[in-house]
Ligand binder design. Structure first.
Ligand SMILES: O=C[C@H](O)[C@H](O)[C@H](O)COP(=O)(O)O
Length: 227
């Protein structure tokens, strides 16, 4: 199947990320189409890793198909590196993630990682987060309560129909939230009873951004260390 322009830029960023991976490590692996390109590129490169900690059943399946050992996150304290995509990333490397519904496990593996490399196509880089509807993983019995609280915060939550997360929960995609302070909103949303995870990644930001553009891959490092 022919790749779209956006796919081609995702693939460029994914291929560039292989150079960031030291040999013989346990590697944290994200989820999504950009990460799929990365897994394929890693295998094609012949670079050897000891194993992966995966953020979704989908990535686990792809890794195992290639014969890469997948460890449970409970088997390790940390991983040296986590590679994942994003739905949006701002100039300070705060992100919205969870378009594929894998946000909870992604946040866990990202938090275990000493270094987070984000791979994206250039459309994902935004001045301010929030055009992409913010995903929240919610325990089903809390859906109504959480929805009400989200409306009070100015958002318009929509249940992702026909979708159940790998953890057996629902996803609310929240439209219209103003995200002036990603750190504060991440904390506030975590505080709502029944919210398992929200898709703002501000407490644990990316450290390196590999951005696929029409002119090639831009590599950027986050200037200031935040949390
Ligand atoms: O839940 C999914 C993840 O957060 C993905 O990293 C994100 O949605 C980006 O996906 P893609 O690489 O397919 O654009």
């Amino acid at each position: 199947m022919a790749l779209t322009h956006a796919d081609e830029l995702k693939r460029l960023a994914a291929v560039a990320a292989v150079a960031e991976v030291p040999e013989d490590i346990f590697l944290g692996i994200g989820t999504g189409s950009t990460v799929n390109f990365f897994i394929d590129a890693l295998v094609q490169s012949g670079k050897r890793i000891r194993g992966a900690v995966s953020s979704s059943e989908a990535s686990t399946e792809r890794l195992r198909r290639y014969g890469i050992p997948v460890l449970d996150a409970t088997e390790l304290d940390t991983v040296p590196l986590y590679v994942d995509g994003a739905d949006e990333i701002d100039p300070d490397f705060a992100m919205i993630k969870g378009g594929g519904g894998a946000l909870t496990r992604e946040k866990i593996v990202a938090a275990m990682a000493e270094r987070f490399v984000c791979i994206c196509d250039e459309r994902k880089l935004v001045e301010r987060l929030g055009r992409f509807p913010l995903p929240l993983e919610v325990i089903p019995m809390a859906e109504r309560l959480v929805s009400r609280r989200l409306r009070e915060l100015g958002g318009e939550p929509r249940r992702r129909l026909g979708f159940v997360t790998d953890n057996g929960n629902a996803i609310l995609d929240v439209h219209g939230l103003v995200i002036d302070d990603p750190d504060a909103l991440e904390t506030a949303l975590n505080d709502l009873p029944g919210v398992v995870t929200n898709g703002i990644f501000a407490h644990r930001r990316a450290d390196v951004l590999l951005l696929g553009t029409g002119e090639g891959v831009q590599r950027r490092e986050r200037a200031v260390t935040k949390r």
